[in-house]
Design a protein. Structure first.
Length: 200
């Protein structure tokens, strides 16, 4: 068995990668979170793109632990806001990780925006760093922003994101439905060949 560090403390992200690997038939990997390794200084997310932030997190994790590391940086790009909140998604309302505050601010900013202009994309960049090997991939999930939150699943902006081809928000989908369609699911699926090689 080979260890893979997922550079996050979010258990839902760990579970998501596990489901993606299981669905792809990838075995021989033990997934660890940041809570499973010795603490280290994590660089602030100062990159201008999701890819820069994901790669920096993966490099930090590998450098500190010596374990192949997967990291993601993801967020919401809203057409009417010129692609914002983008890399600032997690701290849009100021405090990092305040999902309710971030969502409330977003809805307030879009209050007068008509349905035809409420398009948005969830974007996820995932990076894998294992020794000198670095792989960076990107997944995009298109949809529209609803007028009010719906659903209790997921996290972040999921309750106000209505994906294309669905009549339910991301927070109303089952984990399997979300994995198959989501930005992170799409990005992680592209990492499967590299992760499969680690498990051999």
């Amino acid at each position: 068995m080979a260890d893979v560090l997922v550079a996050s403390r979010n258990r839902k992200k760990l579970a998501e990668l596990r489901r993606v690997l299981d669905a792809a038939g990838v075995s021989g990997l033990t997934l660890l979170s940041l809570d499973d390794v010795a603490p280290f200084d994590e660089a602030p997310e100062t990159g201008a793109t999701f890819e820069e932030n994901a790669l920096a997190k993966a490099r930090d994790g590998f450098r500190a632990s010596g374990i192949a590391t997967v990291a993601d940086d993801s967020g919401l790009e809203v057409d009417a806001l010129n692609g914002m909140p983008g890399v600032l998604s997690a701290r849009w309302a100021g405090a990092h990780g305040g999902d309710d505050a971030n969502t409330a601010l977003l809805l307030a900013q879009l209050r007068d925006v008509p349905a035809a202009r409420r398009g948005a994309s969830f974007v996820s960049a995932c990076a894998l760093v294992a020794g000198t090997r670095e792989v960076v991939v990107r997944g995009v999930w298109r949809g529209v922003i609803t007028r009010e939150p719906r659903g209790s699943g997921g996290f972040g902006y999921d309750p106000v994101f209505l994906p294309e081809h669905f009549d339910r928000t991301a927070a109303e989908l089952t984990p399997a439905e979300k994995d198959a369609a989501s930005h992170r699911g799409r990005a992680l699926a592209q990492l499967v060949p590299a992760l499969r090689a680690l498990g051999r």
